[in-house]
Design a protein around this ligand. Sequence first.
Ligand SMILES: [Zn+2]
Length: 89
Amino acid sequence: MPGGQKYRLRARSDREVVREIEPGVRYLDGDSGEELKVVGAVLPLAPSPSDLPYAVENLRLCGCSLEQLAQKDLNDCPHCGRRLPAVEG
Ligand SMILES: [Zn+2]
């Protein structure tokens, strides 16, 4: 099952963490103890059929004439509904 909305959290030292958050909860960096501030929501916005952040390393072309990008953990293209071929490697 795909999870909930993920957010990008950043510490003063520019360390970044991507995780789901709960309202009103303070998050601290596990290594440095610095407080993490939410800097943005990670695409795709929940609910999404994919659990992968919408980042170039997680995307591939769906192969149809629309030439749209689809996350690698999807079985079907979210744009045209076509079955995606298995990911190599
Ligand atoms: Zn497609």
